[in-house]
Design a protein around this ligand. Sequence first.
Ligand code: FES
Ligand code: MG
Length: 576
Amino acid sequence: MAGKKPSDLRSARWFAPDDLRSFGHRSRMMQLGYGEEDFRDRPVIGILNTWSELNTCHSHFRERAKDVRRGVLQAGGLPVEMPSLSVDESFTKPTSMLYRNMLAMETEEMIRSHPLDGVVLMGGCDKTTPGLVMGAISAGVPMIYLPAGPMLRGNYAGKILGSGSDAWKYWDERRAGNISDDEWLGVQGGIARSAGVCMTMGTASTMTAIADAMGLTLPGASSIPAVDSNHQRMGADCGRRIVEMVWEDLTPDRIVTEAACRNAAVVAMATGCSTNAVVHLIAMARRAGVNLTLDDLDALGRVTPLIANVRPSGKDYLMEDFYYAGGLRALMKQIADRLELSCLTVTGKTMGANLEGAQVWNEDVIRPLSNPVYAEGSLAVLRGNLCPDGAVIKPAACDPKYHVHEGPALVFDSYPEMKKAVEDEDLQVTPDHVLVLRNAGPQGGPGFPEWGMLPIPRALIRQGHRDMLRISDARMSGTSYGACVLHVAPEAHVGGPLALLRTGDIVRLDLPARRLDMLVPDEELAARRAAWQPPRPHYERGYGYMFQRHVTQADQGCDFDFLQSDFGRAAGEPDI
Ligand code: FES
Ligand code: MG
């Protein structure tokens, strides 16, 4: 319905009819202090705000929502701010990933059940981007994504600090006895200095880049630092634009197409994306009915050079530098011939039009294709008898000597067991060993925690080692690095072959061949399979109970089966 009339507005179903129910809705709007002229015949815009006092990355969102309101009002809409589940990375136990789908459900249902004509989604900290976008795709009303923006560079004692990455690095030095208490406190106070998301190319910045590349944000919005006044103006622009989108009936199904999902995947690879992006991108695409697979991502990864020189995959820079170098639009311009430029975006224009005039200002930060940080993809998908449904590794973030590696497994069944062992100075371990953590997947964790960058055993740290091959059915933080094989599927908790591995078995990684195998005879594996007992479920009530029954495996995106677009009849509009 291009060119909506006021009577076509979704909110008119609540406010227009001359019946008792609508009388109730109108009288309640008047209870809020609004007159009929405020809500009649105007697009009602939901501002879904994931602010909370424990979401450190969204601490500017109460203020930013005011900028959005200003834009909505200027364009003739009625802004209504709606607090949404604030899934934060910093404090959520056992892991924020347990609640991504809860946010997606809340988003979908809050939109569906209220008189909203369009929504501005305010998110950024890791799980909030996929959670909000997944729900809003399913709800189907016009939407625009407002990314929180990265925080300022970290700084301590003349050194630049990167979120996550430098925490791990300095922690290893502390474990090696090289850092005093005072220095450690200095790092603690210097690594996160402002509102905004982690400023490495971790999961947050990868996911907001993905939303940007899908056409769901204003062009380049994902790169603007949270505390930059450009970010405030972008907020007001979102408010103005969403009102126009409502009149244009520019719904997400017209934007999140297969080509848009592929654009997002290519951009993710070129930025050196977080491994978590794989799970979220698959889940988001599936909500739009696009069957993006691990194999598609591996194929794109093989041919897409990593050109964003941003830590942890890049060497030197952080998101603030990336913005000053031209930001995501400049990066996309560099790889424009690999993108489908005809994709429609929230601007109402094509991606190609949005990239016009974009320019790289610092070729060391956003590299030319002739001088990439890493020639081929930042992500690779493995298969083999340890991971028949796939596993992922970030070749750019690990020491190349591990790209082909064979060594004995050292297997841990739980995080506490592993944590205790790695701190044991007498642990029998060599740099050739392969550390394995299992029962840390979507169901096993529970909730697919970020435990995949297993700590290097203290015994090896003292000898100067800082990397070794590690395998798990967990995820790892997007700010992590090292030779870590992640997302092994199916996970051990549901009886995946990882459950059959034993300490001392030889494991072989062949990255060029994309293989990960345990060198154990089939008969022996069959005997171990026959003896395997499923572990006790983690939950017997509550949200966790639902989660464990319905969450899909890592290669499927870990959405709930019943939320996927091909599950049952679409919910449709409320019919009363
Ligand atoms: Fe929020 Fe890293 S903790 S983005
Ligand atoms: Mg993270």
